[in-house]
Design a protein around this ligand. Sequence first.
Ligand SMILES: Cc1cc2nc3c(=O)[nH]c(=O)nc-3n(C[C@H](O)[C@H](O)[C@H](O)COP(=O)(O)OP(=O)(O)OC[C@H]3O[C@@H](n4cnc5c(N)ncnc54)[C@H](O)[C@@H]3O)c2cc1C
Ligand code: FES
Length: 259
Amino acid sequence: MLITDARIIKQEEILPGFHRLTLAAGEVAAKARPGQFLHVHCAADRLDPFLRRPISIHAVDRQRGEVALFYRVVGRGTALLAAKEKGDQLNILGPLGRGFTMPPGKGKVAVVAGGIGIAPLYFLLQELGANKISADVFLGAATGQQLFFGSEITGLGHNVFPATDDGTAGYQGNVVSLFARGPSDFVYGCGPAAMLQSLCRVIEKHKIRGEISLEERMGCGVGACLSCACKTRGQEGNCRYSRVCVEGPVFPSGEVVWS
Ligand SMILES: Cc1cc2nc3c(=O)[nH]c(=O)nc-3n(C[C@H](O)[C@H](O)[C@H](O)COP(=O)(O)OP(=O)(O)OC[C@H]3O[C@@H](n4cnc5c(N)ncnc54)[C@H](O)[C@@H]3O)c2cc1C
Ligand code: FES
């Protein structure tokens, strides 16, 4: 785990409120694994907001020593992040957390993304592509404009199946319903909690295996404050609490207890 000042190489507003920020961070790029996140100090020149904000590692270019974040502006921290410009320094802590594992065996792999949930899954798709594993990618969004990175994902060697709530592109309806039409052997998911809960139901029903990435509000990001605790199931079926920042954010789908 590193705490470092990284130079912003690029700040792109892909759609109003959706930004991709590229950092020069060679050591982080070398160490990062898909599903891990950075704890970002959004206010570099003052103490407010005091707490860092967790943002997933979205893409990595190890040769160039670059790390990208893809984020939605939802409040003060992310608005301050969006105001930063090329050449500014950003203080980051990470890579943090437990990431995705590579799929076991040679079965069919699916990736199910809801909205901004594509952020960490894109890095996973980079790694799968580099390992010559082609996935079926179910990309869900409210509207066609928010179906991000479809052509880049195809370029990595995967098949993209879009779904939109308003029917402006691809299948009209919920991305989990689209995925449920032809389940795979191993599934990765990230998106809103309700979407992940219904994805876990499909995974359980079809007795397949999967990993999902959870979001909880975070304080320290390193396991000390317990603010990110979520209910999980142990190997003997007993309930317990896990820290999303350390034991997660990626969990085997069967471990998460939805209440
Ligand atoms: C491990 C992890 C990885 C994440 N990766 C990404 C990412 O790649 N891209 C991205 O856009 N966002 C990501 N998030 C969510 C991101 O951390 C929050 O959107 C951000 O902290 C909001 O900060 P803010 O100051 O802008 O908003 P605030 O003013 O703090 O809050 C604005 C609104 O966002 C909600 N919110 C704040 N933090 C969270 C959170 N952690 N989870 C869910 N809702 C929250 C609040 O309840 C409130 O409604 C991730 C969260 C976690 C835990
Ligand atoms: S954020 Fe402090 S323990 Fe997870």
